[in-house]
Design a protein. Structure first.
Length: 114
């Protein structure tokens, strides 16, 4: 669903609240404006103040690192327990495997209903 916005003095526009919420943009955030094939694209950006964060050279915040580490641990646990598929030599092999898994899940769901 598109929304029309009016261009104000000096090119200012107001991004509607619904769109800001969807994009996770809050007051004070920075957005990158680019022009591509006749379209203006606004992309939310995170800028780190190196003076405020002495470890700004690190790629992730401590909170982000905890989430990433937890998800990696879950993935490694899956590998240890043999919950993996592949290897696949082609994309077609991967797609066929995914379709087969979907059919198995659909059949299992059918058995549950019966």
């Amino acid at each position: 669903m598109s929304t029309l916005v009016k261009v104000q003095h000096k090119g200012q526009v107001t991004i509607p609240a619904r769109l800001r919420t969807q994009a996770g943009i809050v007051e004070g955030d920075l957005v990158e404006a680019t022009f591509h094939r006749g379209t203006i694209i606004l992309t939310p950006k995170l800028v780190i103040d190196r003076a405020q964060f002495p470890n700004a050279d690190e790629e992730y915040t401590p909170a982000q690192r905890r989430v990433i580490d937890a998800r990696l641990a879950m993935g490694l646990e899956d590998v240890k327990k043999g919950r993996t598929v592949g290897p696949f030599h082609t994309a077609d092999e991967l797609i066929a495997s995914m379709n087969q898994e979907l059919k198995k899940r659909a059949a299992a769901k059918q058995r549950k209903r019966s």
